[in-house]
Design a protein around this ligand. Sequence first.
Ligand SMILES: [Zn+2]
Ligand SMILES: [Zn+2]
Length: 368
Amino acid sequence: MFVFVCAGCGARLTAPLFQVALPVHAHQKYGNGLQLPVLMESGTYAVEPEPWGPPWRRWEEIDPDEAAARGIHAPVFALSDAEPGAVVIAPGDTRGTVLIPEKGGGYCCGLDGADGPNMACEACGLPVASRIDDCSLWQAVWLAPNAVRRRRVDAVGAAPLSWAELTAEAKGTPPFEPITRWGSPSGPNQWWSWSPQWEAAAGRALAHLLVASEGRPVTVPGGLITEMFQRALDALLPAGPPARGAVLAGPGLPAPERDADILLVPVHPRTGETWAPVDPVASAYPVPLPFGVWLWLAFSQPHLPVPASGVMPDGVLRDDPPAPRPRYLFRVDREVFQHTLVRLSAVRSPWLRDILANVTQFMYVGLF
Ligand SMILES: [Zn+2]
Ligand SMILES: [Zn+2]
């Protein structure tokens, strides 16, 4: 495990932590005025390899060659000029820091870090991190990469679980969850929503599905995967040519057919590695899903939408009414979709550039 210390004075700034993959929803902005949970599990940290956060530079000020060198292949609103390598942790894992009250910019229901680091080392006053807890953002502390140093404390948690161990032990991410606002004059206001994590997962996966489609229709397996993707795939891809098929594949599932076109596979939550079959289907395109979402899709039995006929068998007491469903159709996270697509070199092809240019139009019809 590691701790992070202040680059100025060496004071310890975190609890012992081990590294995990950066969640796909790390930078998600969800809804309006909503309360999102803490991003990172306590005891873990993740690294954002790209620059992120202020200062930002608008696309008009950026040379396309510079953007391409940074792995951005299509226009974006702005790019960050911050130092790459920010470290994100759970707020409860910080030690020895104080807030910098003058850096509370962007304030709505909480802090959003728009003014740069808003937390200082308690010992020497060096600005070391940004606490983010504003509405519609995942609560986190982002350590500034040039203001902290990583120090190993022991070898605990060094070896990540194997895929088989993960599949046996990990918990799936439920597709629906109750969501609420940060304080409302009318009192608690809670409703059932699609999981923000599922919407972010779909944003990244949809970008890959479009590239994998090669401009042909794509079909996905029935059930929740259809609700997640089919509406967007049908709207964004042409109807004419023969369809390519996407199937779920991964640990504990039968090996995919040799003629599978597209595989929906899990990403290892510790290493960030995308699962690949032992005997790789050379031509199949792997589409990454966060492990918890993949696990739910692969192994969870959905509640039946209507009760089966007849009565409950003798001796069975029902104590698990189905979770209420959201009242609206699934929407793909637009920003995660755009973020992923502009980083795939295939986006240079005109038909994908067109989709990117028309994203707002698809928002009006509720795809995003
Ligand atoms: Zn310090
Ligand atoms: Zn707010």
